[in-house]
Design a protein around this ligand. Structure first.
Ligand code: ADP
Length: 215
């Protein structure tokens, strides 16, 4: 089962992908996370992330392609944060063709811009396990993760100004990607203003729900 999760910043791609990943027992691959790891040893990439710039299609595609060879991807995977350009969508199809695999579903998470801004400004992420906290759902102890005790950090890009920049960039890029998957009848739009767990309920009408129930 190969699933692509699309959505702008703050639509909850990471959280909903994790819920799905657990329900289906397949890994969740976030290209943002892959790049944050690369950035630890590559200051140029760090600068691009700090400036909200998309890294080159070739660079991110190479990292993603390498990740698809890990053993845990054999039974399928969920890709979050890729494709972000139409070219990346085509590159992904080429990668999967080489592996003799194909996308089963594309979910686009839909959330109004004002809600996105409210979610992102003030958001914190656990440095160890990646759990996300927000002003509406803060950690019990300030700056400490409820689940693993890790330190909570605020991304330097989570300001109002930078969030607006990201929303504009996303809206420019998503149109052609949406049409690309819609024409292949892969696209499902999901209301992501509700609690993350509702994604399981949202997918009830799809053949995927059978897989969730069987596990
Ligand atoms: P967000 O969805 O809030 O932008 P992500 O964790 O998905 O957060 O991505 C963080 C940053 O990593 C992006 O702003 C972008 O700079 C870079 N990035 C992630 N995925 C891609 C991609 N597919 N192509 C190019 N750059 C990417």
């Amino acid at each position: 089962m190969i699933i692509v999760v699309l959505g702008g910043p703050g639509t909850g791609k990471g959280t909903r992908s994790k819920v799905l990943s657990e329900a289906l027992s397949i890994p969740h691959i976030s290209t943002g996370e892959l790049l944050r790891k690369v950035a630890q040893t590559n200051p140029d990439v760090q600068e691009m992330l700090d400036n909200n710039e998309l890294v080159s299609d070739d660079m991110i595609s190479e990292h993603l392609y390498d990740r698809l060879f890990y053993e845990d991807c054999l039974g399928g995977f969920i890709i979050d944060g890729y494709p972000r350009t139409l070219n990346q969508a085509i590159l992904l199809d080429n990668m999967l063709k080489k592996l003799d695999r194909q996308i089963d579903f594309v979910f686009e998470l839909s959330v109004p811009d004002e809600i996105v801004i409210r979610r992102i400004v003030g958001r914190q992420e656990c440095k160890s396990c990646g759990k996300i906290y927000g002003t509406a759902f803060p950690s019990k102890v300030e700056n400490v993760c409820d689940d693993c005790g890790g330190e909570l950090l605020t991304r330097s890009t989570d300001t109002r100004e930078k969030t607006l920049e990201r929303i504009v960039q996303h809206n420019e890029n998503i149109g052609p990607i949406r049409s690309y998957y819609d024409s292949q009848r892969l696209l499902e739009i999901i209301d992501a203003t509700t609690a993350p767990e509702t994604i399981i309920e949202d997918l009830k009408h799809l053949s995927i729900s059978k897989l969730i129930c069987e596990r």
